[in-house]
Design a protein around this ligand. Sequence first.
Ligand SMILES: Nc1nc2c(c(=O)[nH]1)N[C@H]1C(S)=C(S)[C@@H](COP(=O)(O)OP(=O)(O)OC[C@H]3O[C@@H](n4cnc5c(=O)[nH]c(N)nc54)[C@H](O)[C@@H]3O)O[C@H]1N2
Ligand SMILES: Nc1nc2c(c(=O)[nH]1)N[C@H]1C(S)=C(S)[C@@H](COP(=O)(O)OP(=O)(O)OC[C@H]3O[C@@H](n4cnc5c(=O)[nH]c(N)nc54)[C@H](O)[C@@H]3O)O[C@H]1N2
Ligand code: SF4
Ligand SMILES: [Mo]
Length: 706
Amino acid sequence: MAEQRGVEQRVGVCNLCEAMCGLVLTIEGDRVTGARGNPEDPLSRGHICPKGVAIGDVHADPDRLRRPVRRDRATGEWTEIEWDEAFDLVADGLARVMNEHGRHALGMYLGNPNVHSLGSMTHGPALVKALRTPNTFSATSVDQLPHQLLGHLMFGHQLLLPVPDIDRTSYFLVFGGNPMASNGSLMTVPDFPTRLRELKARGGRMVVFDPRRTETAKVASEHHFLRPGSDPWVLLAMVRQLFEDGTAAAPSYAVGVDAVREAVASFTPERAEQHSGVPAGEIVRIARELAAADGGVAYGRVGVSTHEFGSVCQWAINLLNVLTGNLDREGGAMFTSPAIDVVGTGLVGRGGHGRRHSRVRGLPETANELPVAALREEIETPGEGQIRAMLTLSGNPVLSTPDGARLDRALAGLEFMAAVDIYINETTRHADVILPPTTALERDHYDLVFHLLAVRNTARFTPAVFPKERGARHDWQIYRELALRVTDRLRPRARLVDRLKLRARMSLSPTRLIQVLLARGGSGATLTRLRKSPEGVDLGPLRPGQLPDRLRTRDKSLDLAPALVLEDLPRLDAAAAPADDELLLIGRRHQRDCNSWMHNTERLTKGRPRHQLLMHPDDLAARGLADGATVKVTSRVGTVEVDVQATEDVMPGVVSLPHGYGHGRDGVRLGVADQVPGVSINDLTDPERLDVSGNAALSGVPVTVA
Ligand SMILES: Nc1nc2c(c(=O)[nH]1)N[C@H]1C(S)=C(S)[C@@H](COP(=O)(O)OP(=O)(O)OC[C@H]3O[C@@H](n4cnc5c(=O)[nH]c(N)nc54)[C@H](O)[C@@H]3O)O[C@H]1N2
Ligand SMILES: Nc1nc2c(c(=O)[nH]1)N[C@H]1C(S)=C(S)[C@@H](COP(=O)(O)OP(=O)(O)OC[C@H]3O[C@@H](n4cnc5c(=O)[nH]c(N)nc54)[C@H](O)[C@@H]3O)O[C@H]1N2
Ligand code: SF4
Ligand SMILES: [Mo]
């Protein structure tokens, strides 16, 4: 194909969600003028979604920060400053507060895009470690903490997460996930629609449990409405059924099966029906179908991890897979064999729980961080140990964490705040200084996390599509500079040898590190080979028979009955049955949204509005409300006013709002996003509602609508 002058085709990658699609980009000068899926990519096979098409918009966005900015606290005005001055200001600000009040006076928050950037993955943990504050928080505790906790407790490592073998399964049982919109989570599954069609063509079935008839529910073989929050009842009744039927079989390396049998005995299908609304007979039938399937898998995602019993749910899902013989089996729940194994090599720690506690509420840490639902009170509550300065790294907790409105006010009262982010948004508007890194297209990429969670073993290295602009910094360079300049100012000063070690560790580029790790991994996918095949290298389907070797528990046993979860069952047992007139709020994701950002591109925000509160027509009628009216939604923590839309896609007693909306606040200057209608669901979610892991229970919030 003859190329036009100045027009080039380049292989790229989309880092906007976990599907990590391979792209072919059309480049004209410093612009992306076209993006399509790369058919040569062995994992994504040509898939792309509307967000991938818009990936160049971030690079071109005139509202994106390209230089550090400083906020004048008196006038609120932002001024661009030089990098050196910006680094010094941030290091001075953070170190001053820490020297005066102690290490804990610094709070850190790491947002979702950290896991989508190679440099953040390789250099972020070192920055967190260097600043040595016990007050670290992240988006993990509004997302997948129950998965990590159960990975740690059952398999011995927080990232040892079994992945549905979607390409070979014959029975896919889904609780609280909407891969048709989200493109999969903790299951990197680009091109879910085609994979699902293939599953059905093989004679397989997908069964979905969700309080909303989602895009995924609509293409499922069966969809069952269930009351938000009631999944543990249904799941435990299914586990119980396996024992009743005598089909429950534990592998030789598993311990605790008797304790499980005893623990689930009282969770009958009839009680599950009372709590969930799902007929007992259906629960029994589906448990039997999963047990009988030739390669079946149960899977649960955000809808059951942002839950008051998220850990019980993830435990029960693991049990369903283990006891039906589907763990570590083709078509079941399998472990990947990535070219760089962050689990096997110990690059990421095993995880843990309860080794320290938050100051105000005494909440236990999980995986070395505190629940972000406790961040606001740690800033607001005076006394020894109070957070007085914040550093946020690519996150927007004002829109993404419970009672965001109050966190918003708390951030305004900090002595100092700095952010590493590419926008002035609802959270970073409170920063004194914002340090903007290069964006995805300007940096090399290798996915350290999502190859580990993918439905097929592949490896891919994507060199930067654009050179970085003069004077721009990569995130890892910003992290290095912050680590070095802050530790230099902390008293007592670290030993010289430790400071030199830190400098050496943080000066190695991410790409160089990847090169070493790939060579050490022994998969044959070396950096040289990957550079020659930018579409990626296929390492084959997921491999069965890895257990017990792959377990990271000390004795290589699989713990079916972790005490922490068993001890939470009486709390579930005592939960009240649903009230007749209750209204429970759940979230939702739209294919064109990307959490709270990517709203500054018209390509993704134009068209029919999608911010409305979804409500069943019967619930509207019962309150004398009309479709399209502006309604007041009130929870224990707040009230929002939003347009309501009648739909039979939500079950009666359930209302739904998307998260990541609620732009247009004071001091934020985003040309397009500020015009996007909608409110923040997290002005209604309640930081008091928590799972044992510390994950916020964002789903199933009791509300009234008037
Ligand atoms: N009610 C409710 N709340 C939820 C959820 C829900 O389902 N319901 N979902 C939760 C989940 S799963 C998640 S992961 C969280 C997400 O929560 P957060 O991670 O706090 O929020 P994001 O919206 O992902 O914010 C990403 C930020 O990173 C910036 N950014 C984007 N790319 C880059 C980059 O390359 N470098 C840097 N430095 N910054 C960048 C963006 O400008 C934005 O400010 O939200 C959670 N909140
Ligand atoms: N388009 C798009 N894709 C995304 C994102 C995005 O913002 N937009 N975000 C990315 C991120 S950070 C993540 S973590 C993943 C999340 O990926 P998913 O978990 O697949 O996405 P969600 O749409 O949050 O799916 C949660 C589902 O749970 C249902 N649900 C709510 N409460 C309950 C309940 O109590 N029980 C049951 N059974 N179901 C319930 C909701 O109706 C919803 O359909 O998506 C990623 N991909
Ligand atoms: S599915 Fe995810 S990775 Fe693929 S193009 Fe869309 S946003 Fe990007
Ligand atoms: Mo997430």
